[in-house]
Write a protein that binds this ligand. Structure first.
Ligand code: CTP
Length: 402
């Protein structure tokens, strides 16, 4: 079934030359079964007439905060919407939205909604690259707005450069993902559960300035924490890297495997523990107190094993449902299966880190979930947030089976 079937979408069109491309987006959304309400700014109507959108959309285009039969059109539209798609988004609309201004119907609807919002900027290169535009977009992304980056190409007036509205396929894909994320956010199936997540690669000191580390970005662990919080869990995140998290998430920053172990054990019990961190397996036996000077000779650093936190949790049983990760480059499933049993985990999330766009530092991941009951679930290449959803779905199902 189409991800748009039966969904209410406000198509917010602002005044740029790319407004004519929003007509095609409108038609495709309606064809895919969405209920589309166009909202046009005054400037948008200088580029494409209201009648064009009214004829193609599911209801007439709306253009005014005051001259509307509904006395509060922005509130009605904002509340009913499953998604607001701002396409194209001019520098002015992006700026007003970032500043929280509600000086026309489009601006007011954006402030009056709790639905996911996707913004598709389109403007001349100078405007796109202006620090004000970039700062405003960064702020909007931090607030959870999806930004569909423009492409390089021909612009109005025959110029070439970055700022051309993204292709319809990219816009529709982002809209579908935002709708799915919005639907998930209303799933509150983890209320009352304590979830402990680890994220990032540990750093094992060699001396005060050097360490043994790995390529982990922490993005997958953060995605699990954000997803669990959205589903109502009480989340503690023990991480080696700092990123944006919702206010409700308790963030504990650590550096080494030993510090991570202490932080995790201190915060038990928890109903679900997800060990997404890439914990170093070895650390230098005797880190130097002072910076090691170069001597021109070979140097040997002796390493010793770190405590295996996942295995310790597996033995102790203090983690209700225990999820571990495995990053493999060969014999992927067999190695993961062995890890599942050796460490006493309930679920192992395995990825083949030799595949493109998978694992370390990417925004996407492709994994297989193996569980102690012998079930295997393949999650094809998708966002780390979607992978987080699949992991928590499985953890909740296993808990409910107990
Ligand atoms: N882990 C841990 N403590 C360690 C090492 C790993 O808790 N000292 C956890 C990780 O958080 C992850 C899982 O164990 O959930 C990964 O297991 P590991 O055996 O370290 O996997 P690899 O690093 O892939 O191991 P190997 O090099 O043996 O394949």
């Amino acid at each position: 079934m189409s991800p748009f079937a039966g969904r209410r979408i406000v198509l917010a069109v602002s005044g740029g030359i790319a407004a004519y491309k929003a007509v095609e987006i409108c038609r495709r959304l309606v064809d895919a079964g969405a209920h589309v309400t166009p909202v046009l700014t005054h400037a948008a109507q200088r580029f494409v007439g209201e009648v064009t959108f009214s004829a193609l959309a599911s209801e007439r285009a709306r253009v005014s905060l005051f001259d509307d039969e509904d006395p509060i059109p922005h509130v009605t539209l904002g509340r009913q919407a499953d998604l607001i798609l701002v396409c194209p988004a001019t520098a002015r609309v992006i700026g007003s939205y970032a500043a929280g201004l509600s000086d026309d119907l489009l601006g007011a609807t954006l402030i009056a909604t709790r639905a996911p919002v996707v913004v598709c900027p389109a403007m001349h290169t100078e405007m796109w690259e202006h620090p004000a535009t970039q700062d405003n977009l960064r702020l909007l992304s931090e607030r959870g707005v999806t930004v569909v980056e423009p492409e390089e190409g021909r612009l109005a007036g025959g110029d070439e450069g970055a700022g051309r509205l993204a292709a319809p396929e990219s816009i529709l894909t982002a809209a579908a993902e935002a709708l799915a994320a919005g639907a998930r956010a209303s799933t509150r199936d983890m209320v009352g559960l304590r979830v402990l997540v680890t994220a990032g690669g540990t750093r094992e000191p060699i001396d005060p300035v050097r360490f043994v580390g790995n390529r982990s970005s922490g993005k997958q662990g953060y995605a699990v924490a954000v997803e669990a919080a959205a589903r109502g869990a009480k989340v503690t995140l023990v991480a080696t890297v700092q990123r944006q998290v919702p206010e409700s998430v308790e963030l504990v920053l650590v550096e080494t495997a030993e510090e991570m172990r202490t932080a995790v054990l201190d915060r038990l019990p928890a109903e679900v523990v997800v060990m997404a961190a890439a914990v170093a397996d070895y650390r230098p036996v005797a880190p130097a107190d002072e910076k090691i000077k170069k001597s021109g000779e070979d140097r040997t650093i002796t390493l010793e094993p770190t405590p295996d936190i996942l295995a310790e949790l597996g033995r102790s049983g203090a983690a209700g449902t225990l999820v571990g990760f495995a990053a493999e480059t060969s014999d992927v499933l067999a190695n993961a299966e062995a890890k599942l049993h050796a460490k006493g985990a309930d679920i192992i999330v395995v990825n083949d880190v030799s595949a493109p766009k998978v694992g370390f530092d990417h925004d996407t991941n492709e994994v297989t979930l193996l569980d102690a009951a012998g079930d295997r679930t393949a999650v094809p290449l998708t966002s780390k947030r979607d992978v987080a959803q699949a992991i928590l779905d499985r953890a909740v199902t296993l808990r409910n089976l107990r």
